[in-house]
Design a protein around this ligand. Structure first.
Ligand code: DGY
Length: 333
């Protein structure tokens, strides 16, 4: 049987590479090729494309008259760079990789929160620069994490996993905002995949977004970038954050007005921020780079071997189901 042709511009974890090579004829663009141009050209030649969360797939890829491409399997849960409406119109299937990255992204969110509140990046830079002159009672004082109020924007899978860690690990009070029904008790979302957790923890309180921003010590973003959420934290809403608050973003850079955030950090009105994502990755705005009180990570939320391998297998499951004539398990268009 002829193997379907798969366009993939990225190196993947070894187990995933081996699996895809066995089932597909994997085509790779030249290393110096522009990724979008390479995808456009490939669309007329290949049956499938495996994209990642940094690949733009605009409408014209789906609308090409000579298109052979029938499925885009995204390696990642966020599909904000793929024109899903155009894919639907053209009858091209799009899939993503939810669930498998929940724990690792939640872990990284907690890491960023600790780094930001306890000034860990500043401390590390100081030591490496040979500028540490010794322990002092007032040196690099951060904020005590335990007992603070955490506001979660978007109580989906990752938001809930963060809330469970924050409440169980740090005794934080959890407030949340977002669409949809009030979620099931956080006790059902224990860290590590959902075992029982001690009883007696407070329920999370739902608040409208503006009220949540005005009352949380730490605000953590966990909603996808959609037309409704792009620019959600604009200058006005950043102005609502309480004095001394901390903003954490492991969701999407497009949710935040980065210039307004930098301004609020520069004046010290916000204590700190922890960012894993940016509006135009890999470009990080110079006014953020210039600040000490922001932790800047290179989109590492799901970056563990276990999770990236699981993401790759899920993308492959979707491709396999499609080419076997079945329903891909994670279809988003
Ligand atoms: C995703 O899957 O959307 C994440 O951002 C990848 O880490």
């Amino acid at each position: 049987m002829t193997r379907p042709v798969l366009h993939c511009a990225h190196a993947l974890p070894p187990a995933v590479e081996a699996r895809l090579a066995a089932a597909y004829r994997v085509e790779r663009p030249a290393p110096d090729a522009d990724p979008l141009e390479a995808l456009r050209a490939a669309a007329d030649r290949v049956d499938a494309a495996l994209t990642t969360v940094t690949d733009r797939v605009p409408a014209d890829v789906f609308e090409r008259p000579g298109r052979r491409l029938r499925i885009v399997a995204n390696f990642g849960v966020g599909v904000n760079l793929i024109d899903l409406a155009a894919a639907k119109r053209a009858g091209v299937v799009v899939t993503n990789t939810p669930d498998v990255l929940t724990d690792c992204t939640a872990d990284l969110t907690i890491g960023l929160m600790l780094m930001a509140l306890r000034r860990l990046g500043e401390g590390e830079r100081l030591v490496r620069a040979g500028r540490w002159t010794g322990w002092q009672p007032t040196h690099l004082l951060g904020r005590r994490v335990s007992g603070l109020t955490l506001g979660i924007v978007g109580m989906g899978r990752i938001g809930r996993a963060v809330a469970a860690r924050a409440r169980l690990g740090f005794g934080m009070t959890i407030r949340w905002t977002g669409r949809g029904a009030v979620p099931a008790p956080l006790e059902q979302t224990a860290a590590g995949g959902g075992g029982p957790v001690p009883a007696g923890v407070d329920p999370a309180e739902w608040l409208p977004l503006d009220d949540l921003l005005a009352t949380a010590d730490v605000v953590s973003l966990h909603c996808p970038a959609t037309p409704e959420t792009v620019g959600l934290l604009d200058a006005r809403r950043i102005g609502l954050l309480r004095s001394g608050a901390v903003l954490i973003n492991t969701a999407r850079g497009a949710l935040v007005d980065e210039a307004a955030l930098a301004a609020a950090l520069r004046t010290g009105r916000l204590l700190a921020a922890g960012l894993d994502v940016y509006r135009e990755e890999p470009r990080v705005p110079a006014d953020l780079l210039a600040l000490e009180n922001v932790v800047l990570l290179p989109h590492l939320g799901s970056a563990t071997l276990e999770t990236r391998t699981a993401m790759g297998h899920l993308a492959a499951d979707n491709l396999d189901a499609f080419f076997a004539g079945g329903a891909p398990p994670n279809r988003v268009a």
